[in-house]
Structure formats: C-alpha cells, structure tokens
Design a protein around this ligand. Structure first.
Ligand SMILES: [Zn+2]
Ligand SMILES: [Zn+2]
Length: 449
C-alpha cells in the first residue's frame, strides 16, 4: 500500500476510535448524571411493591417516567385469559427515522414475601393475596432493579437521539412471576398496535454476580416451566383395615418415586430436565385412610419436545401405577397441566455475539463474564414468538455485594437467592451498569440497515 494511503487509513482509524471514545464518554457522563435520581426511583419502587396482576401504581410511575422522557405511552396493554384481571402493561414508543425496531422489556411485579433486609427503604407493604391471606410484599426478584435500569435507558436513548436511527419500544410487562404477563400483552396485539421489533432485549438481576457485572450466555439460558396437578384417588377407610380400601397415600408415594425415572431413564443426558414434586397433601389424621392425595409438580426443560415427552410420561406413569395398585377405572388419577407456562428462553447466538463486545467496550472486559444457563424460568422468551422468529437476548445484571460474594464463595455458604426475603442488591453500581448495558446494546442495534 502506498505510504499516503496508509497514512490516510491510519488517520481514519484514529478518528473512528476518537469518535467511539467520545460517544462512550457521553454515555458514561449521561448515566452518571441520571444515577442519583434513578437510585431514588429504585428505592421508591422498592418500598412500594405490588403483586402480579395488581401493578396499578407501579405501572403509573413507569408510564409517567416514559412520558417525561419523550415517549408516546399507552397504558393497560394486555388481555389475560382470566377476564377478572386487568392488565397494567405499558408500551412506550420513541420513533427516530428509518431503521430497526428494538424492544426493551422490564417486568413490574413483586412477590408475596415479607422483607427481612432491614434496609432504610425496606418494603412494609402488606396485602391480601388472591386466597385472601394477609401477606407481606417485596421486590424479592429485583424487578425494581429492572425498572430503574429501564427508565435510565429510556432517558439516555431520548437524549442520544443523534446517535441512532429507528424505533425504540419500551415494554413494561406485568405478572412475570405468574408467567401470564407476556402472553397477555401479545394477545392484546402488541405487535400490530405497536411496531414489531427486529430484536428484543431484557436484563435480570443476579445474586451470583458482583454488583455492576454483566453475565451472558448464548443459546438456551432459562428453561421452560410447566405446572401440573395430580389428584390420586383411592378408597378411604379405617387406618386399621387397609384391606378394606385403596390407600392413596401409598399409591401417591409410589407415583412420586416412579416419576424420578423419567429424567434418569427416558430423557437423554444431553437434554437438561427437572421433575420436582413440590407439594404432597393428603389425609386429616393418624388413623384414617383418606380418599385422595394431591401432588403439585414443576417440570423444567429446554427443548419443547422434551417438555412434551415429560408431560406424557407423567400422565402414563400416574395412570399405570394406579392400575397396578388395583384402582378401578373410574377412580384413576386426574392429571391437569396448567395451561399457561413459560417457554424456554433462547438467546439468539448471533445477537449475543454482537452484544458481548459492545458491553466489553462500554463497561470494560472485567465486568462482562460468561454465565451458565439455569433451569429457572421467565416469560420474556415469548416476545421472540414461535420458532424464534424474533431474536431475543436476556442478560444477567450482578447485584451482590462483592465483599459478601467473595466470603460466600470462600466459605461455600451461598448468599440469599432471588425470591429470598434477604435479597438486597447494591443499588448504585448495579443500576449504573444496568443503564449503560441496556443503552449501549440498543445503540449498537439501532443503526441504519
Ligand atoms: Zn422471580
Ligand atoms: Zn424475575
């Protein structure tokens, strides 16, 4: 290459690097400017959590924030299968010329957990749960972290309009914990009433990463989760006369043990799956053989065909074990699958490969780490539609106190997990990284095609 052209190329590369450095500085300084008010917003949301299906005030706060940032906001987006529930879903749209559509999602709901962190901004909220019991309410899954990062990203994207082209669709999703919210929003024609995204991204806080770190994985990252109920029926009678009845407690116990052979004997060891019986209830006292015993199960799997195979095996084992015990046909177990389930979350490998270097540039290599997939579940994957039509990516945002995390790793005593009454993410570094990672990802995707 002639020397003059080489020089020109060097100058071009340098000015590109200088431009990128200026853009990064701008992003950092805007994030730092917004941080105090985002921490305040986080603490306010933390102190006022609402249960799934009841996120009315939370949604109003987020809608106000999006409007203040310049987004066109629509409230009450979503139609639940159960018409008794109102949806508090929010959609905020910001158009900025021709270009890709990027969906950014936060969830809004808290959990029926009585907070025990003792923080100055501890939640003291109590309410009646759907069964009418008095419960404490807490953002024990960190959806308040998600909301504050989401609002921060919305503000920054509005201020950085000169750096991107396309449309940003901010989605505040209700009822993540019951995994009914994403389905409800899509059922309310989310993708025809509002721009259909080319990409969808979301973050989830993590108790296993230090505050401010980002964790990523490609491919399957979260499993599907399906709930199932089995009612095992028998013929009750006196505890001293087993021969006169059919004992549903013994039969249900046999079923629980037989279910353990599904993952170990019927599913390939290369296909992760879990069958957990989380609840087993039957009987009223020592000397009565009851008429029935009830089981509640959760089923986890990555592949849809594995999920279906497990459901079929559970039904087969329940029925045939009952027949082997001599239960008459009209008293065979009833096996019910809860219709709404969370599909597995599959991080699009190309999208993941595109975003990881973006985060490394924005936050530094040390803060961006590869994470392991988990068998926990989320309904965010639904925004990718059937057959992974829209590439989605969910990443982890570390929230743990680094000193406590190091001590926990050294001692082998784990820190409080998500959904724990003691989960207390460290707000400032966590939110700063949440805002920067979300904004940088959106900026990287919102380029003219
Ligand atoms: Zn949760
Ligand atoms: Zn969650």
């Amino acid at each position: 290459m002639p020397i003059a052209r080489r020089l020109l190329l060097a100058v071009a590369l340098l000015s590109f690097a200088a431009l990128a450095a200026t853009a990064q500085q701008k992003l950092d300084s805007l994030a730092d400017q917004e941080l105090p008010s985002l921490v305040a917003l986080y603490k306010k949301l933390h102190a006022a959590p609402e249960l799934s299906h009841f996120e009315k005030e939370t949604a109003a706060v987020i809608a106000r924030e999006l409007r203040a940032a310049g987004f066109a906001v629509t409230e009450n987006v979503g139609k639940y299968d159960d018409p008794a529930h109102t949806s508090y879903g929010i959609v905020g749209v910001l158009r900025n010329g021709d270009g890709p559509v990027v969906l950014i999602r936060t969830d809004l709901d808290g959990l029926p957990v009585e907070e025990k962190t003792g923080l100055p901004y501890v939640s003291k909220v109590r309410t009646k749960n759907p069964q009418g019991l008095d419960v404490g309410v807490m953002h024990a899954c960190g959806h308040d972290v998600h909301m504050a990062s989401f609002v921060g990203a919305a503000r920054l994207l509005a201020q950085l309009k000169s750096q991107w082209r396309g449309t940003v669709v901010m989605v505040g999703q209700p009822a993540e914990e019951g995994v009914t919210g994403a389905k409800a929003m899509l059922a309310d024609n989310l993708y025809t009433r509002f721009p259909k995204p080319n990409y969808a991204i979301a973050l989830h806080d993590s108790t296993d990463l230090p505050a401010g770190a980002i964790g990523y994985a490609s491919g399957f990252v979260l499993s599907s989760a399906t709930s199932m109920d089995i009612t095992v029926r028998g013929i009750g009678g006196h505890g001293s006369r087993p021969e006169a009845g059919k004992d549903p407690i013994v039969l249900a116990s046999q079923i629980v043990l037989a279910l353990q052979t599904i993952v170990s004997r019927e599913i390939s060891p290369f296909d992760p799956a879990v069958v957990t019986v989380g609840s087993f209830h039957g009987g009223t006292r020592h000397n009565i053989i009851p008429d029935e015993a009830r089981l509640q199960l959760t089923i986890r799997a990555y592949k849809e065909e594995v999920r279906r195979k497990i459901l079929a095996s559970i039904e087969r084992i329940s029925m045939q074990t009952a027949r082997a015990a001599g239960i008459p046909e009209h008293l065979l177990p009833t096996v019910t699958v809860t219709p709404v389930y969370a599909p597995a979350t599959y991080n699009d490998p190309a999208l993941t490969a595109r975003l990881v270097p973006v985060w490394k540039r924005a936050l530094g290599d040390a803060l961006v780490v590869e994470a392991s997939p988990v068998m926990g579940a989320e309904d965010f994957g639904r925004f990718g539609l059937e057959n992974r039509e829209i590439p989605v990516m969910m990443f982890w945002l570390g929230g743990a106190d680094p000193v406590k995390l190091r001590a926990a790793r050294a001692s082998g005593q784990p820190l409080p997990s998500l959904h724990s009454a003691l989960w207390a993410p460290v707000p400032e570094p966590t939110l700063r990284s949440g805002v920067i990672a979300t904004t940088a990802a959106a900026l990287a995707l919102l380029v003219k095609p």
